[in-house]
Ligand binder design. Structure first.
Ligand SMILES: [Zn+2]
Length: 289
């Protein structure tokens, strides 16, 4: 099984999403707002963390915030637990505990760069997403401008132009846009639209220009610059291709044996097929194996 990048106990909100990253946060939001269908029945965010982007999902009847780290989901629940539309689910994305063809819109932002096995993860996203449903996917871009310049100036030994993922530290990868597009196609998605995001991730600019203004400029660039794909981050909107699985009502799936559907009830859930018991604690469904 692939290794998992676990944020359990990390102070992700305090230590990563500091005021210095306000520009990145606003730029992510602009791209997501542009690509996300604004309303619908069911949305899941895979790797939702503490629910940083959850306020953008207000148009959905059911919102599933999914993450591996229980500590982050507890933070998400503190903020969104009072809203009956929200479900908080812990598990690993290689064994997504959602039944097949149950989700209309799937979102995954700032997660792909931690994945050892991208095809296996995308296969899971394809399984839970209904035919004609939407996937909004963000990935770190290997071919960003800084890497291209460094390579051309011979300050960097790896090529930003070759398709294979570039591991820059353990469990962190940058991806070539063509490679990601190909993996999405193999998984059963068709890429419809792209946004190039976070062009101004440059310390000097961020010190001298307000994050709000930088993010507005970035938002203006995101669509026209998508054809060059030189930004550090790319957002894609992909359509799940038609297939033989009709849409199913929202339900869980046993990550151990694959039995589905399991009912979504606010208590421990026992799998009738393998007997595994999946706990419900502090408002969080826990499917960690
Ligand atoms: Zn089972």
């Amino acid at each position: 099984m692939p290794n998992i990048c676990d944020y359990e106990g990390s102070r992700y909100r305090e230590e990563f999403w500091t005021p210095e990253r306000r520009f990145e946060d606003l730029a992510d939001r602009a791209a997501l707002r542009a690509l996300l269908p604004p309303s619908g029945e069911t949305l899941i965010e895979v790797g939702a963390g503490f629910g940083r982007l959850a306020d953008l999902y207000q148009g959905y009847q059911h919102v599933i915030l999914f993450d591996y780290a229980l500590s982050l989901l507890r933070e998400a629940r503190e903020q969104w637990g009072g809203d009956p539309r929200f479900l908080f689910v812990a598990g690993d994305l290689y064994h997504l505990p959602l039944a097949s063809a149950t989700v209309e819109t799937t979102v995954m932002v700032r997660v792909l760069h931690h994945l050892e096995d991208v095809p296996a993860a995308l296969a899971q996203l394809a399984r839970i997403t209904r035919a004609q449903g939407t996937l909004v996917l963000e990935h770190a871009n290997k071919r960003h401008l800084k890497a291209v310049l460094r390579y051309l100036l011979r300050r960097q030994d790896w090529s930003p132009f070759t398709p294979e993922p570039h591991p820059f530290v353990p469990l962190n990868y940058d991806f070539h846009p063509d490679w990601v597009r190909e993996q999405l196609q193999l998984a059963g998605f068709h890429v419809e639209d792209v946004r190039a995001v976070s062009h101004f991730r440059i310390p000097w600019l961020k010190r001298h220009i307000s994050p709000e203004l930088l993010a507005r400029l970035d938002a203006l660039l995101q669509r026209p610059a998508a054809r060059f794909q030189l930004s550090p981050s790319l957002f894609l909107r992909a359509r799940r291709l038609p297939n033989n699985t009709p849409p199913q009502p929202l339900a869980f799936r046993c990550p151990t044996c694959g039995h589905e559907p399991l009912p979504i009830i606010p208590q421990d859930i026992t799998c009738p097929s393998c007997g595994a018991v999946w706990p419900y604690r502090e408002g969080i469904h826990i499917f960690r194996t």
